[in-house]
Design a protein around this ligand. Structure first.
Ligand SMILES: [Zn+2]
Length: 187
């Protein structure tokens, strides 16, 4: 097993120029964890320093070439992943330059991400709950006159939108709508 480090901007294979957006590494706990800049590296035996790893290139591998021994330097600062560089001098400079503004930026990003996840799942949970209510609610008699308008307004407020209720597979429509909403937020 391994862990995956995701780069902020892709690294370039020095052999073929292919872009690499992540690195599978056995340097840490190997628990299929995902790390990015600012992540706490659980299982790192290095607390502050630089770990040398190797950039893997799928394109070179598929072309039958043995990927060149292309080093990737993981910059670790108080167990946090502070950066990824392909050049040792740049990695050393980055390690020396980490300061509390970096910490604040990572904290800010982590909190935004937590809020985004919480928002997404709150909405998904609410939609699925409303679908469950819709399935289990005994049918209401249709009102007439002014009451009918009030009944429709009430339904619009608390029911799922018609395009979900009338979809061939409402549950799939709920998942698709929530996936779309979360992709939009990430863009
Ligand atoms: Zn390559």
């Amino acid at each position: 097993m391994f862990d995956t480090i995701h780069f902020k901007k892709p690294l370039i294979c020095p052999d073929c120029g292919a872009e690499q957006s992540s690195l599978q590494t056995k340097d840490f706990d190997c628990c299929m964890l995902h790390f990015k800049i600012g992540s706490v590296l659980s299982g790192s035996t290095v607390l502050t320093g630089i770990i040398k790893d190797t950039l893997w290139c799928d394109a070179c591998y598929k072309a039958g070439k043995r990927p060149a021994d292309s080093p990737v330097y993981l910059i670790i600062w108080h167990s946090l992943l502070a950066g990824v560089e392909q050049d040792l001098a740049k990695a050393e400079a980055r390690l020396a330059a980490v300061d509390r503004l970096d910490l604040i930026a990572w904290l800010d990003e982590a909190q935004r991400e937590a809020a985004r996840w919480s928002r997404n799942y709150h909405k998904l949970f609410s939609d699925v709950s409303r679908w469950h209510e819709h399935l289990t609610r005994p049918p209401e008699p249709e009102r007439i006159g002014a009451d009918a308008e009030r009944q429709r307004a009430f339904r619009r407020l608390f029911s799922l939108p018609d395009e979900i209720l009338t979809a061939p597979d409402p549950l799939a429509a709920i998942l698709a709508a929530n996936k779309q909403a979360s992709d939009d937020v990430e863009d």
